[in-house]
Design a protein around this ligand. Sequence first.
Ligand code: SF4
Ligand code: SF4
Length: 388
Amino acid sequence: MQSETEMLATSLTQQLIEQAKELKFDLVGIVLPTDAQTYKHFSQWLELGYAGEMEYMVRTKQLRKNPKAIMKECKSVIVVGVSYANAFNDEARYDNNSDELVGWVSAYACRSDYHDVIRARLTELREWIKGKVSWAKCKVCVDSSPILERELAVRAGFGWFGKNTNVVSKQFGSYFFIGELLTNVELEPTEAFERDRCGICNRCIEACPTGALISPKLLDARRCISYLTIEHRSAIQFELRERIGRWIFGCDICQQVCPWNNKAKVGATVEQWKTRYEMFRQNLLELLSLSEDNFKRRFSGTPIARIGRKRFLRNVVVALGNTMDERAIEPLARLLCSNEDSLVRSHAAWALGRIGNRMARTALERFWKQECDECVRSEIENALQRMQ
Ligand code: SF4
Ligand code: SF4
């Protein structure tokens, strides 16, 4: 038989789940703040260097062991998910009738920054809890807090760890965002998701163009296009540039091929979060000529703004090289001649080499003479060598 405290916790949990649904969270679950079961796996992953330049993960490693490390008095973690499945149409990305040189942006980034949207809703949920329990303390976490949130999502009952390392929900597939509300209020935990539904499917591993999925559920982020185009700050490893194709911010391939995403249910926020198609597929030549101000104006309030113009230009230049289209030569040559940043110039040299015709060669030879930066000179030399 339940004690009075347990009955109160059960009743409050039910009301809270209803309230969260009112706030248009598609998935809601409660977990206890116990040690993460995947912490050892996570530590080994870091030790093997798979996190690449994401040093903040190493710095905050200890904090990820248990949510109590970021809120000492935490008694329950409310985990929420917001689906953006079916708010976009993947086929529109690959419109073959268009003559434009287009680059692709990951579906999650083609809308208002999810951090802001989820934080605002979790803040409303926090106020609701405080209205019910006067002494309640809560902490809102959306992505930036050091927390192993995918494990929390599995324990909250959302789905299982897919072989592509995303949490896959039977209802919503893997296109959903996760957030958490840590609280000192005791709530009743929901049931964890126990079964792995990937079965013999290996589509995500087979489809990954860079071999970043080394084995089921093991990602070498250093090879992943999402990492390379978003988190990685320096030059992109030479042999991966071709494999990036036309992705300029993130990559959806291992989710596009997942059968669970084909049958994903429409989320409660589908109207508000409709994909901005001008973001989904973007004209690469137009992006190349964006000034700093125009970059800020165009991407303000979207996740792209977070990486800044320099890194974004680097990505655009790689994608342009991968179009292998002569129309890109002149703008790339202009960039190689005059862009203030050696990172951008060196990738422009690579892109010209990738297009590789006589015009590109002439531009490379011409700018090699005037280039002072050793790294860029060496990129130009490499590009010229590849063209021989
Ligand atoms: S996001 Fe792209 S590159 Fe990264 S694992 Fe998935 S398919 Fe591979
Ligand atoms: S593509 Fe197949 S193996 Fe990969 S996550 Fe989806 S169901 Fe699992």
